[in-house]
Design a protein around this ligand. Structure first.
Ligand SMILES: NC(=O)c1ccc[n+]([C@@H]2O[C@H](COP(=O)([O-])OP(=O)(O)OC[C@H]3O[C@@H](n4cnc5c(N)ncnc54)[C@H](OP(=O)(O)O)[C@@H]3O)[C@@H](O)[C@H]2O)c1
Length: 285
């Protein structure tokens, strides 16, 4: 990225910073000189990431927070304001995922949990930070969705619903904030190698993922910084899913057919989603 000075001394809150994409994004912002505020529920995990960051940049704050609870978020924002007096960038990234068919007995319960964390966590953090950014007349909000926030996958319905909700929320938010000096970016990564699905057995993975080579958390982090730097409205990464989304926009029947073919190794190689490596289901994260 050119113009690295852009993030020097910016105050960046990253939710879900203790692991995966959030950890990589926190490290990337810290590397570029930002003051990072690391948010997730688990203090020990946040402390580990903060220790990595301190080797690059001393300006790091950890605030254990449950993003599904508005009081917890209010408390987090109070601490940030006491320390820095402003928020320049908010990355709404905290999330959880359950897989399984809609017929599964836990479908409703699991979906409510994903909505509470992934979607309402995004809404609560945004609403807490917005008045601060509006007072300063500037800011940037990055919301983490997923490719399945544009095209739902079977056995991933509840998660796809919460990701679609984030997409719609971001779309409306961006338009409401037009001209305010506050920008909104939405990121739609494809399958990413993190802890999120590592507890799911290969046989229980949503079928389209079974032959998919995951991207790295670092590549998503780079896309987040780039989106803020260049004020991108929407980022889909890598590029292959764009073809699926285009096909689905032309005809849902065609979109469904592509999704059905995705577990096929030859087809997956042909469209470039299988690049010789599979998602690793280890639990060493
Ligand atoms: N991995 C993928 O394939 C993929 C693809 C597209 C989009 N995404 C999205 O990317 C985001 C990050 O996922 P990831 O893959 O990096 O997963 P991850 O490694 O499992 O990280 C999830 C993070 O969210 C935090 N978190 C979970 N529940 C929370 C809560 N109630 N309050 C606060 N923090 C909470 C976790 O920390 P604690 O446990 O300490 O709270 C952790 O830091 C998610 O929104 C996910 O939907 C992931």
């Amino acid at each position: 990225m050119k113009d690295k000075e852009k993030f020097i001394d910016k105050v960046v809150i990253i939710t879900g910073a203790s692991s995966g994409i959030g950890r990589a994004t926190s490290l990337a912002f810290a590397r570029e000189g930002a003051s990072t505020v690391l948010v997730s529920r688990t203090a020990e995990k946040l402390e580990k990431v903060a220790n990595e960051i301190r080797k690059l940049n001393p300006n790091v704050l950890i605030i254990p927070t449950d993003v599904s609870l508005q009081d917890s978020i209010r408390n987090m924002i109070e601490k940030v304001m006491a320390e820095y007096g402003r928020v320049d960038i908010l990355v709404n990234n905290a999330g959880t995922a359950h897989v399984g068919p809609i017929s599964h007995e836990k479908f409703v319960e699991d979906t409510k949990e994903m909505m509470a964390v992934d979607f309402y966590g995004t809404v609560y953090c945004t609403k807490a930070v917005l008045p601060i950014m509006q007072r300063h007349g500037r800011g940037h909000i990055v919301n983490m969705s997923s490719v399945v926030g544009r095209k739902a996958f079977p056995h991933f319905a509840g998660y796809s619903v919460s990701m679609h909700a984030i997409t719609a929320f971001s779309d409306a938010l961006r338009q409401e904030l037009h001209g305010s000096g506050i920008y909104v970016s939405i990121i739609h990564p494809a399958l990413t190698q993190t802890a999120m699905l590592s507890h799911i057995s290969p046989a229980d993975m949503p079928p389209p993922f079974r032959r998919m080579t995951p991207i790295t958390a670092e590549s998503v982090a780079e896309a987040v910084l780039d989106a803020v730097h260049k004020k991108h409205l929407r980022v889909i990464l890598p590029s292959q899913p764009k073809r699926l989304l285009l096909a689905d926009a032309i005809s849902p029947r065609l979109g469904d057919r592509i999704v059905r073919l995705m577990p096929n190794r030859v087809f997956a190689s042909l469209i470039g989603i299988y690049r010789g490596k599979m998602y690793e289901h280890d639990t060493s994260y």
